[in-house]
Design a protein around this ligand. Structure first.
Ligand code: 0L1
Ligand code: MG
Length: 262
């Protein structure tokens, strides 16, 4: 690590305030170019600690930048990992207040809930399959705190991978009823199809993202506990939304997840 503990705490407060007050900031590596990967995840962990100390429960883990479309959109080549908190959840078919957000975008995600612990290193798709309780669809609303979504990977990790809101669909399915690679996803905004993809867009198989997450945590001597909700990352590029937009994402075999932005 290159940052002092005091700087990590200050940057966590700075980024979390930007999230909670819905204002943008410049990417933090502009001022801290020596920040390394461990510093970035330490800032994210401090944001998580702050939320939990305030009574917000961590309710899931997220993989980001896992699809080729998203990597191309953001000009990066490595997935990132973050968490979601209870207050970020919104009901399927419900409203999302844009006044609480900076510049939201939506992405369609295939998610799982684990039945048993996953621990890296050496975690692979087969191990994730064995540990999957069920699969369910979701839409993530990302909202980078960085001006114009301009960031580098370390800055975005520190900013909890732009986590902001998420909507989970109500139809869970067993993994052996699905082929996650060919599972089609169609994203509609205001009744028009704006993007689509199949599950294999996420690292060839969405569960590969979960294996990467387990291996990432394994390097930190942490594991994914049984019963964890995990978002595997957007299958398509993210789509910008504004007040007045209606979004519906149709997941093959998993139903539709919808929301309106007000
Ligand atoms: O969930 C995601 O893929 C977001 C990763 C962070 C980058 C972004 O804000 O697009
Ligand atoms: Mg995402």
């Amino acid at each position: 690590m290159n940052l002092t503990r005091e700087t990590v705490l200050n940057l966590a407060e700075h980024l979390e305030n930007a999230e909670l007050e819905a204002h943008d900031v410049l990417k933090i590596t502009d001022d801290y170019p020596d920040m390394d990967w461990d510093d970035a995840y330490a800032i994210q962990e401090e944001i998580q600690r702050r939320k939990e100390a305030r009574g917000n429960k961590t309710v899931g883990l997220k993989c980001g930048l896992t699809s080729f479309a998203k990597m191309k959109q953001m000009g990066v080549e490595t997935p990132v990992f973050g968490f979601v908190s209870d207050y970020m959840a919104r009901p399927d078919g419900g409203e999302i207040k844009t006044s609480e957000l900076i510049h939201p975008k939506v992405e369609a995600e295939i998610c799982i809930v684990t039945r048993s612990e996953l621990r890296g290193p050496g975690c692979h798709v087969g191990a994730v399959m064995a540990a999957t309780e069920f699969v369910l669809p979701a839409v993530e609303i990302i909202d980078s705190r960085y001006r114009d979504f301009k960031f580098d990977l370390k800055s975005v990790i520190a900013d909890n991978t732009s986590a902001s809101r998420f909507v989970v669909g109500g139809r869970a399915r067993a993994l052996d009823e699905l082929d996650l690679r060919t599972l089609g996803v169609v994203l509609e905004k205001n009744g028009e199809v704006v993007t689509m993809a199949a599950g294999a867009a996420v690292l060839g198989h969405p569960l590969a993202a979960v294996a990467m997450l387990a291996n990432h945590l394994g390097e930190r001597e942490q594991a994914i506990p049984a019963g964890t909700f995990i978002m595997t990352g957007g299958v398509t590029e993210a789509i910008a939304v504004a007040a007045g937009d209606n979004v519906a994402v149709r997941f093959q075999d998993l139903g539709t997840v919808s929301m309106r932005f007000v």
